[in-house]
Each structure stands twice: as structure tokens, then as C-alpha cells.
Design a protein around this ligand. Structure first.
Ligand code: HSE
Length: 428
């Protein structure tokens, strides 16, 4: 029987407690699966005295995560504090400097400092596991690095922020506006300490940057992710999109194009009857397309104690078994620096505008679109109120530049206010 694998866990919030619970409750199962005992030797968190509903007295306590990371009786440093810099990064670097493997759920730290940390780890023969950082309980990093290793990946897409998907789907279900659902998500404790991480698309953007690096063999580049949050999505657009056969999702898309690597995290329309369109509430979904395998759809809980701890355990079990893969699926010094695509590949767009009720108004709109080379696929006009009517247009594929040109040239005497335009992502 091999030596026990000794863990030091920094951060005893929801996920940390979940990891302690699984290790205590599933000791026999983990030993059977890895051929060795998996034990916790020391833990660290901000407050020692807080009752976390799990027994911690068997473990040494460290107030300082860096001290925990450096302990001689720790083989694997499990970082569950969060934050892209500060104690999480300091302690991770200390762990690598003292020969520890690292398991983390910290998407922000890896999306921003992943390349440097991976190079440090690999130079020392160490691993950094972060299954829990992307889409919670969904084993998506494993799917990419192992299950789909024989594929050239053509596109990765995902709904990877449960809070945003909860807000958007509940807006439709309860007929309430964005602000009411934001307040409800807050009350339910769904929002990050900085809610902009959720609703501004940043948290999901971090996850997309990590997926993109592994999928395309490129240096992780969060700054190149085009970000747009869900703050401006209205119930009116959710309803209008539904009427045209779509749902609005905060969707991440990464794909290699002739013009560079495209990485977008933004509200998009997807067909209502597609797997992404049917995704309800706080659930996550990642869609991976590979040249040999075709399309894979992974769906599951993207957050929460059990699901996220389950993902942390998968990395711990790998290390216990001796499975040692490079951080981004291939050695960090072989990752290429991708040129960021300046503009997204052409796509159909949904346009909603308020049109003045007078002869020739619609013809003027059609002419402006036509002049910019934007072709109309479908159109719907609703009943007029006294003087105006909402018009919905679904275009054929067009570049965003051509569309923006058309929208800027709309005649203010027939189009009231600013038109809304949202990209439609083609998914089978
Ligand atoms: N706040 C995230 C979400 C979970 O709502 O999905 C952690 O990344």
C-alpha cells in the first residue's frame, strides 16, 4: 500500500467544507479507487471559531494560508479561497516553491496568472488541477484533456454562470424585470461578493478563457475575451426572442477563425428547442465540437457545495492515482500566443425596433439594411398602439460592422429610440 496522500486545505467556505465532508465520509471509497489513503493534515481559513458543521479538530490549524502551503506534512495544497491575487496567489506560489501539487477552484487566478503558474509548476514537475474552476460539477476539463484528446476542437460554447441563467430564465417564468430578479438572486445568496463578476459576465469569461486555452492549445488570455453582461436584457426582448423561436442566454463562445481566436461572453439568442435553449435555472451547460466526435453536450450543476467539491475531488484522486497532466493539457511552454480575432465571425442577428406608423416606414428600414448589405430573413410587426409598433427582424448572416452601420443610419423620423440588436448563435 502506498503512503497516504496528505492534503492542506485553505478556505473553508461552501466548497472547502464540501471537500472535508467528502473526504471524511468517503474515505474507504477514495482508498479503494486510488490505492492509498487520502487524508487532511492541516486547514486554514479566516476564522477558526466559526461553526462550519463539520469536525475540524483532527487537523492542524494555520491562520496563514502561506504557512499551510509550506508545511512539510502537506503533499497537495488545496486552494479554495478565491480571488485572482492576494493570499490565494501567494499561497499557491508558496506551495509550488516548496514542491506541492496544487488543486484549486480559482478561475480568476488561473485566467489571469495561469500561464506563469503553469510554467512554474511544470518546471518543478508539479501539477495544478482546476476541474472545479470551470462549470462546477461538470467534468469538462477532463472531457477536453482526456476524453476528447484525439480531436481537433472546432468550437466550445457554454452557459457557465448559473446566477445569470437563473435571472434570465426566471424573468421569463415570473414576468418580472431584471432588477427584481437580481434582488431575488441576492436574497438567495447566489451572487458573488462583487455581483458584477456574475452579471457582468466576468466569472463566466474567466471560465471561457480557461476552456479556450485547453481546447486550442493557446496561452490563456482573459483580456482577449469580449465581455458583455446581462444588465441590459429586458423582459420585452426575452418575450420577443421567444416569439421568434429563441431564448436569450449569457453564452460563451470560443472558436478559431481565419482572423484569429474568437472568445466572446455575451448575451446571445439560441434556438428555444436546442439543448442550450432548454437550459433552466442555475444549471450550466458546455457544448464542445470536435472534428472526429461531432458535438458533445455536458450539463450539470455549476456551483454549490456537493458539485464543486465533487470536481475538487476528481483532481485529488488523479494526483493520488499518479495521473499527472500539464495544466493546460499540453506543456505550458508549447502553448501558442493566439492572435485575438478583431471581429466576431458573421452571424444572424435579432433586431427589435419601434417603428412610427406612417406609410413607407418599413420600406425605409428595409432600404437602410439593404444598403449596408444586411439581408432580412424573417420579420414580424405587432399591433400598433396609437402611433407606433414594435418590429422584430431576424437577419441572414451579417458582420456586426455592417449591422452597426445600418443601425446608425436608421432614419430617426421612422425609428423611435435605439434599436436593440442581439447576435443569434447557430447551434444544432
Ligand atoms: N457565481 C458562479 C455562478 C459560480 O453563478 O455560476 C462560481 O463561479
Amino acid at each position: 500500500m502506498s503512503e497516504p496522500l496528505r492534503l492542506g486545505i485553505a478556505g473553508l467556505g461552501t466548497v472547502g467544507v464540501g471537500v472535508v465532508r467528502i473526504i471524511r465520509q468517503q474515505a474507504a471509497l477514495l482508498q479503494a479507487r486510488t490505492g492509498r489513503e487520502v487524508v487532511i493534515t492541516a486547514v486554514s481559513a479566516r476564522s477558526k471559531d466559526k461553526d462550519r458543521g463539520v469536525a475540524l479538530s483532527d487537523y492542524a490549524w494555520e491562520n496563514d494560508p502561506v504557512a499551510l502551503a509550506k508545511r512539510n506534512d502537506v503533499d497537495v495544497f488545496v486552494e479554495l479561497m478565491g480571488g485572482d491575487a492576494g493570499p490565494a496567489k501567494d499561497a499557491t506560489e508558496a506551495a509550488l516553491a516548496t514542491g506541492k501539487d496544487v488543486v484549486t477552484a480559482n478561475k480568476a487566478m488561473l485566467a489571469i496568472h495561469g500561464q506563469a503558474l503553469a510554467e512554474t509548476a511544470e518546471a518543478a514537475g508539479l501539477v495544478i488541477g482546476y476541474e472545479a474552476a470551470v462549470a462546477g460539477g461538470i467534468p469538462v476539463m477532463k472531457a477536453l484533456t482526456e476524453g476528447l484528446a484525439g480531436n481537433e476542437i472546432t468550437r466550445v460554447m457554454g452557459v457557465m454562470n448559473g446566477t445569470c441563467n437563473y435571472i434570465l430564465t426566471q424573468m421569463q417564468a415570473t414576468r418580472q424585470g431584471y432588477n427584481a430578479l437580481f434582488a431575488e438572486a441576492d436574497k438567495l445568496g447566489y451572487l458573488e461578493a462583487d455581483p458584477n463578476l456574475d452579471v457582468g459576465g466576468i466569472d463566466a469569461g474567466h471560465k471561457l478563457a480557461l476552456l479556450s486555452s485547453v481546447a486550442f492549445g493557446t496561452v490563456v488570455d482573459f483580456d482577449a475575451v469580449e465581455l458583455e453582461g446581462i444588465q441590459n436584457i429586458t423582459l420585452e426582448d426575452i418575450d420577443a426572442a421567444h416569439d421568434m423561436g429563441f431564448r436569450i442566454k449569457l453564452l460563451g463562445v470560443a472558436q478559431k477563425t481565419g482572423r484569429g481566436l474568437e472568445q466572446r461572453m455575451s448575451p446571445c439568442l439560441v434556438p428555444s428547442n436546442s439543448p442550450l435553449g432548454q437550459l433552466e435555472g442555475g444549471t450550466n451547460m458546455v457544448v464542445i465540437e470536435g472534428d472526429a466526435v461531432g458535438q458533445i453536450v455536458l450539463r450539470g450543476a455549476g456551483a454549490g457545495e456537493g458539485p464543486t467539491a465533487s470536481a475538487v475531488l476528481s483532481d485529488i484522486v488523479d494526483i493520488a492515482r499518479g495521473v499527472r497532466l500539464p495544466t493546460f493539457g499540453q506543456p505550458a511552454n508549447t502553448l501558442t500566443k493566439a492572435r485575438a480575432a478583431k471581429a466576431a465571425v458573421p452571424a444572424p442577428y435579432y433586431i427589435r425596433m419601434q417603428l412610427v406608423d406612417k406609410p413607407g416606414a418599413l420600406a425605409k428600414v428595409a432600404a437602410v439594411l439593404g444598403d449596408a448589405g444586411v439581408s432580412i430573413n424573417r420579420m414580424r410587426q405587432y399591433d400598433h398602439d396609437d402611433t407606433s409598433a414594435p418590429v422584430l427582424i431576424v437577419t441572414h448572416k451579417t458582420s456586426r460592422t455592417a449591422l452597426d452601420e445600418a443601425l446608425a443610419n436608421m432614419d430617426a423620423s421612422v425609428v423611435l429610440g435605439a434599436p436593440v440588436a442581439i447576435r443569434i448563435e447557430t447551434v444544432d
